[in-house]
Write a protein that binds this ligand. Structure first.
Ligand SMILES: [Zn+2]
Length: 146
């Protein structure tokens, strides 16, 4: 494959560039004050620019759901005392019977909604990942082509 922009044949796919630019290493460095040991990944600038799209994090999604739930609970706590005195008869009975279930119902709804959102993000990520794998980069001019 030749670069459509500059005609160079130094084309590589992003996974290849990314893979060749990352090296795992262990290091021990001595300085006057301390001895540092560490292992880390060294990444070239080129590899960084060819890094794969980041996927959604399940933990962050769960954390997001928790925050939404706490906000919802807080909002219910604020609104309920204002709304409840205006309830009459049947509505009041329903409220008294079900208000303890409300947080569970809200948690359930948020959880289902959050999981749907997460799976949608995962699907999007799979598409982007597929595109990443099939993207060529010209090492001559830096252009990217699919
Ligand atoms: Zn080029």
């Amino acid at each position: 494959m030749n670069c459509p922009s500059c005609g160079s044949n130094k084309m590589k796919t992003l996974p290849v560039i990314y893979g060749s630019g990352n090296t795992d290493r262990s290091s021990i460095s001595f300085s006057k004050r301390s001895v540092r040991t560490g292992s880390g990944r060294r990444q070239t600038k080129l590899a960084a620019s060819a890094s794969p799209p980041r996927g959604p994090s399940l933990i962050l999604s769960l954390l997001g759901m928790l925050i939404v739930f706490l906000l919802a609970k807080w909002a219910i706590g604020k609104v309920a005392p204002l709304a409840v005195p205006s309830l009459h008869g049947q509505a009041m009975e329903v409220w008294l019977r079900f208000n303890s279930l409300l947080p569970i119902a809200v948690a359930g709804l948020i959880f289902i909604f959050g999981l749907l959102l997460y799976s949608a993000k995962r699907k999007k990520h799979a598409v982007r990942m597929n595109e990443w794998q099939n993207t060529w980069m010209c090492l001559q001019c830096g252009g990217m082509w699919k």
